[in-house]
Design a protein. Structure first.
Lengths: 111, 115
């Protein structure tokens, strides 16, 4: 699976949009981009995933660049409960259901 | 519907003992994967089971083993516990296999402390 690069930490003001970037320049055509988050000592929570089109669900939006080498997770109106570590993962079918978690981005939402 | 259930939530064991952790996946999900999370190594993949067969294995010693039952419930076992095995053990449940387009849902984990 392709490697991802994320900033180690970010801050966001409560009520503002949080934009979390991820670089995956070696992504292959059949690899999906997944986002998970983990609130301290809990299990990772699935947020969203996509292949090449932008995706939106009730939690967030995923914007994937046309060349698919990077993506941005957008939390439209960040709340204090969104404070967590966010993981960007690139996954193919070649590794079954194995997910490679990097170090992620620690997002702090500030009141 | 019910999520992924891991039991027990917390466990304290002594070095040299063995431990068994349990994971019940989401109803209808046939794949269960296990991960170890430590402050130093982050989240690391242990193994994946699908239809009662181990399909994938991470880089862990043979003291770490698992199995899956016909109802898709899974157990993992760690024998001859070491202090370094202290970690949060997470189980992930996935509906199918063979495509990258299936999300995994995680349980709350079992916090194992080895003393």
């Amino acid at each position: 699976d392709a490697k991802t690069t994320q900033p180690p930490s970010m801050d966001c003001a409560e009520g503002r949009a949080a934009n979390l970037p991820c670089n995956h320049s070696t992504i292959s055509g059949n690899e999906y981009v997944y986002w998970y988050r983990q609130i301290h000592s809990q299990g990772p929570q699935y947020i969203i995933h996509g292949l090449k089109n932008n995706e939106t669900n009730e939690m967030a939006s995923l914007i994937i660049t046309e060349d698919r080498k990077s993506s941005t997770l957008i939390l439209p109106h960040a709340t204090l409960r969104d404070t967590a570590v966010y993981y960007c993962i690139v996954r193919s079918s070649n590794t079954g259901n194995q997910f490679y978690f990097g170090t992620g981005t620690s997002l702090t939402v500030i009141p | 519907k019910a999520g992924v259930t891991q039991t027990p939530r917390y466990l304290i064991k002594t070095r040299g003992q063995q431990v068994t952790l349990s994971c019940s996946p989401i109803s209808g999900h046939r794949s269960v994967s296990w991960y170890q999370q430590t402050p130093g190594q982050g989240l690391q993949f242990l193994f994946e089971y699908f239809s009662e067969t181990q399909r994938n294995k991470g880089n862990f010693p043979g003291r770490f083993s698992g199995r899956q039952f016909s109802n898709s419930r899974s157990e993992m076992n760690v024998s001859t516990l070491e202090l370094g095995d202290s970690a949060l053990y997470l189980c992930a449940s996935t509906f199918g296999r063979g495509t990258g387009n299936t999300e995994a849902f995680f349980g709350q984990g079992t916090r194992l402390t080895v003393v």
